[in-house]
Design a binder for this molecule. Structure first.
Ligand code: 3HC
Ligand code: NAI
Length: 694
């Protein structure tokens, strides 16, 4: 068996080579191996300098996250980094790929750093709900100054080698082969007798002592609810205010506290779930897929335009089809404006925008779709229109073209039945704005072939989405669960709550917006149209709960008309409106409900537990294969707080027993029709288990 870390000699230079695929994470064996390597180099009198370098696709990408939450086995990482820094012989890190977290901390323990031009370095721990725990918060500010260190540590975003060199993390960028360049660099260090640079002996200085407080304020909105970013700031502050050894102690205290926090547990869950979601149970890893070299998009409206952008952003040409030239012009105009805004902000080069626009071929003719490999339909949400376009596609497209519908609610199997090739038909449900939102619900129909949905998963990743495979049902995973929340919130309005109260509770729970602020933003007419389309299927109580109809009948469609559940000023700032309060109170009277105090806890339970119960039903029915699929849908599609891990993970943390009891309570109060417990949830709750601990 190949050793994970080897020590070898190239003349008077010691090479410590890490080879722990896939990302050279710092498992116990790697930590031990590095320590042993350094020991050997120090003990060998012929060795005058040492290089730490990695095999495979990357330099060390950090601590082994899989070891978190288990008892740590020595040697510990901070001690290894210190041991490297204390080496009397020059230590050089040779970086390719991504030196992340503990990987960069190892490099910062070294006295010099050389990197491949394509390398990136970063401290992404904050994204796992922790902070750099092996001296990163103490060494980086000493090396690059507190401001640059805060930017890296608090955002967690890696920076490119060039920038890293500019701010002082990287001493040299390798020209050509990294190992050869590192050896040349080491020889230079030896021959020039360059003094060893110990970062821990530098001082981190600030001109403005209030900078930490100001930094915390500047991220308050974006990082609302998260613990780690604010703790990162405290640790960097310690680097400025305390001697190195004491700063290290402070870092350790905060690290230990955060590592044990429910937030970090949730964020680590999300890290692995995000990766697991791509693996489809039952599909072999080498499942054949089709090549997608060109795409057709039907409809250049809100969704079609955004979908077209996703593909051309990834360099895949799009044929964009509309029914009339004016709609085509309008749709293209919006796409152009979107790109132009990004160019104006400086985030996109004009020539890149031009290239992307040139990849869109507008058309009114189905003939132009003959040879595309994938078609995504985003026409009106109307079964008759969908059926018509799918029949046309079936007649013109080459064999093997994948047909996808972006429908929000319609039945994919019924759509597939309109073609002679149902095995090639599926749903690809994007979220609005489609060029921004990362979630892609790929909906597998009863007859969709594995090759087809595996292709949709692959192409989804290629266009930078997080694809989740789900089955056919009304609303699929996300909107089906959302419908439960909307229904309960609507009932609570009748029973005594006001929109601003519900919104505040949901916002404080960690969602970016409450349901009513969100509806106002999306446009109330959309929900109203949906309600009318589904009216016959609603329960008598839902039919009578017509607050939305009443608001829309006043011409209040939300932000775009200056009023909806709230009223808006010309900067679109919302304020609660006494007109709406009156309307709701009057409505309660009309439907015979005596208004009562609805507590914040009741709002959480009814809004969130109703979704969890539906999530459990979705699992039972096999619409989602695993709880993690549901969690990813909610995190990426609806802004469920990452630090709670998604609704199913959150449910496990609350305890299914508690949730089950609440469900039974509301079954009595609200009615069995809305609160019938999922048998799966009931079974797990009674057995003292969770969705993730069956
Ligand atoms: N520990 C354990 N496993 C890891 C890992 C880590 N740090 N980083 C990645 N992996 C695993 C992934 O789970 C995945 O496993 P799978 O194939 O079984 O799903 C595999 O490695 C490949 O990962 P990706 O699919 O993400 O591969 P990419 O090439 O897309 O990305 C990467 C590579 C940029 C390195 C990305 O994996 C990444 O960002 N990793 C996390 C880096 C990180 O957060 N480091 C900090 C760790 S905490 C720390 O260091 C604490 C210290 O301060 C004390
Ligand atoms: P939209 O009304 O903005 O755009 C629809 C476009 O389709 C219009 O430009 C229309 O001219 C065009 N069109 C109509 N019939 C056509 C035909 N026969 N051939 C070609 N083009 C035709 O609608 P939107 O919002 O983009 O929705 C499209 C689909 O996406 C619907 O199925 C909707 O349910 C779904 N969806 C919408 C989301 C949203 O937030 N708007 C989110 C996710 C899915």
């Amino acid at each position: 068996m190949q050793e994970i870390v080897t020590f070898s000699k190239e003349g008077n230079i010691g090479l410590i080579v890490v080879n722990n695929p896939p990302v050279n994470a710092l498992s116990q064996a790697v930590r031990q191996g590095i320590k042993t390597g350094v020991e050997k180099g120090i003990a060998d009198k012929d060795i005058l300098a040492m290089i730490i370098i990695c095999e495979g696709r990357t330099f060390i990408a950090g601590a082994d996250i899989r070891e978190f939450g288990k008892p740590m086995i020595e040697p510990f990482l901070p001690a290894i980094v210190q041991y490297i820094e204390d080496s009397p012989k020059p230590m050089i890190a040779a970086i390719h790929g991504t030196a992340l977290g503990g990987g960069l901390e190892i490099a910062l323990g070294c006295h010099f750093r050389i990197a491949a031009p394509t390398a990136k370095v970063g401290l992404p721990e904050v994204k796992l709900g922790i902070l750099p725990g092996a001296g990163g918060t103490q060494r980086l500010p000493r090396l690059v100054g507190p401001q640059a260190a805060l930017d890296m540590i608090v955002s967690g975003n890696p920076i490119a080698a060039q920038k890293a060199q500019t701010i002082g993390i990287i001493d040299e960028i390798a020209d050509g082969d990294l190992k050869a360049a590192a050896l040349t660099f080491a020889k230079k260090v030896i021959s020039e007798k360059r003094p060893i640079k110990k970062i821990s002996s530098l001082a981190a200085k600030v001109d403005n002592p209030a900078m930490f407080e100001e930094y915390a304020k500047s991220i308050a909105r974006k990082q609302r609810g998260f613990l780690a970013p604010f703790q990162c700031i405290k640790a960097v502050q310690a680097a400025v205010e305390l001697p190195f050894a004491e700063g290290m102690k402070r870092e350790r205290e905060i690290f230990v506290e955060l590592q044990a926090s429910p937030q970090s547990k949730a964020q680590r869950h999300v890290f692995f779930a995000e990766r697991e979601v791509a693996r489809i149970p039952g599909l072999p890893a080498d499942q054949q897929t089709r090549e997608i070299k060109s795409v057709g998009v039907l409809g250049a409206g809100t969704m079609g335009g955004g979908i077209a952008m996703c593909f051309v952003n990834a360099g895949i040409p799009v044929v964009l089809l509309e029914v009339k030239q004016e709609f085509l012009d309008k749709g293209l105009g919006i796409i152009r404006k979107n790109y132009a805004n990004t160019v104006a902000k400086g985030s996109l080069q004009q020539d890149v925008m031009d290239k992307r626009m040139s990849l869109i071929k507008p058309t009114l003719s189905y003939d132009d779709l003959k040879n595309v490999d994938l078609v995504i339909e985003a026409v009106f949400e109307d079964m008759a229109v969908k059926k018509e376009v799918f029949a046309k596609l079936d007649a013109v497209c080459k064999p093997g073209t994948i047909f996808a519908s972006n429908t929000s609610y319609l039945n994919i199997d019924d759509i597939a039945a309109m073609t002679k090739r149902p095995e090639d038909v599926m749903g690809m449900h994007f979220f609005s704005p489609a060029n921004v939102m990362r979630l892609l619900e790929n909906v597998r129909g009863a007859k969709t072939s594995p090759e087809v949905y595996a292709t949709a998963m692959k192409v989804g990743k290629k266009i930078n989405k997080v694809p989740v495979l789900v089955g056919v049902c009304d609303g699929f995973v996300g909107n089906r669960m959302l419908a439960k929340r909307s229904c309960e919130c609507g009932f609570m309005l009748e029973e005594g709550a006001l929109p601003q109260q519900i919104d505040k509770v949901i916002y404080n729970f960690g969602f970016p917006m409450g349901p009513y602020a969100m509806s106002d933003m999306a446009g109330l007419d959309i929900g109203w149209r949906n309600r009318k389309a589904k009216f016959d299927k609603l329960s008598p109580r839902e039919k009578a709960n017509n607050i939305l109809d009443k608001i829309c009948e006043l011409g209040r469609y939300g932000q775009k008309t200056g009023a909806g559940f709230y009223k808006y000023d010309d900067k679109r700032n919302a304020t609660p409106d006494p007109v709406i309060e009156e309307l709701i109170i009057k409505h309660s009277r009309e439907v015979g409900k005596t208004r009562r105090v609805i507590t914040d806890q009741e709002i959480i339970e009814r809004a969130i537990y109703s979704m969890i119960n539906e999530g459990a039903k979705i699992l039972e029915e096999g619409i989602a294969a695993r709880p993690l699929d549901i969690d990813i849908v909610w995190i990426y599609g609806y802004g469920f707080p990452v630090y709670l891990g998604g609704p199913m993970f959150y449910a496990d943390q609350v305890g299914l027993k508690k949730i089950y009891e609440a469900i039974l309570k509301y079954k009595d109060i609200v009615g069995a029709q809305y609160w019938e417990p999922s048998p799966l949830l009931a079974k797990l709750a009674k057995a003292g288990k969770g969705f993730y601990s069956k």
